[in-house]
Design a protein around this ligand. Structure first.
Ligand SMILES: [Zn+2]
Length: 258
């Protein structure tokens, strides 16, 4: 009898011990859905930017609420693009097919595997700024992020990339050679190039000033801004007053008759 009682007590003790342990184990591994955000540079809105990429589709006529006038101006300027829908956050998304915008060549940086999608207004300002950028001595722009549905790191605000109104520029080239932000930008040298020591550092400041003088973008972040921008220029908020001019029509030469 006594043995049975002891057994029963042991079983009860075992149960009472087992129950809190299971609870503790559950507490140790909380079920938190981790957002698949593979970057240290930006935060994600629940899902990774790749998820939103899948929703993008091509359309043939402007959808309701899209900026038809802007699309018309792009076409008149000879810029080739696909009109898109399903680009989260972007009002008038276009996939840019032209390699040049305003005589400046746009090239993907080596790590950029994504499509070149921007809002129409952003494309218009980049193209309209072409001649100024060329005058600053820049022939090509290497870009990394264009449209990307994400939030600013350490905040809850959507990045301007989510609206398709921002571009990250990692390098440029021209007569000075190839200049990347990380290797050739000279930090703490203000002005438009007169204070720089190297031709490449000078090119970066000339580029900065070309954009700043026409007030092309609301924000231009450089390595002088913070550590996150140590390897790229971030430009965002295109100035809606800047309009692209239509491409001049080529006059057909009359063939001379002999
Ligand atoms: Zn950026």
């Amino acid at each position: 009898m006594r043995r049975r009682l002891a057994m029963a007590l042991m079983v009860l003790a075992g149960l009472s011990l087992a129950v809190p342990e299971a609870g503790a184990r559950r507490r140790r591994r909380p079920k938190v859905r981790k957002a698949k955000c593979d970057s240290l540079r930006y935060g994600c809105v629940g899902k990774s930017p790749k998820y939103y990429d899948k929703l993008v589709r091509k359309i043939y006529r402007p959808a309701k609420g899209q900026d038809r006038a802007c699309l018309k101006r792009l076409r008149a300027a000879g810029i080739k693009f696909h009109l898109l829908a399903g680009v989260k956050g972007v009002k008038t998304p276009v996939l840019i097919l032209s390699r040049r915008l305003g005589r400046v060549l746009y090239r993907k940086s080596w790590s950029n595997k994504r499509r070149f999608i921007l809002d129409c207004q952003m494309v218009e300002v980049l193209a309209a700024m072409g001649s100024e950028i060329r005058r600053a001595g820049i022939a090509s722009i290497y870009y990394s992020s264009s449209w990307r549905y994400s939030i600013i790191k350490g905040s809850r605000r959507l990045s301007k990339h989510a609206y398709g109104k921002a571009l990250d520029i990692t390098a440029v080239d021209g007569a000075f050679g190839y200049a990347s932000v990380i290797r050739h930008y000279e930090r703490g040298k203000w002005g438009c190039g007169s204070r720089n020591k190297t031709p490449k550092g000078k090119a970066w400041r000339a580029f900065y000033c070309a954009l700043k003088k026409r007030n092309a973008f609301r924000m231009i972040f450089t390595p002088d801004t913070d550590r996150i921008h140590r390897d790229h220029f971030h430009v965002d908020g295109p100035n809606w007053r800047i309009r692209i001019k239509p491409r001049p029509k080529r006059r057909r030469r009359r063939r001379r008759r002999y």
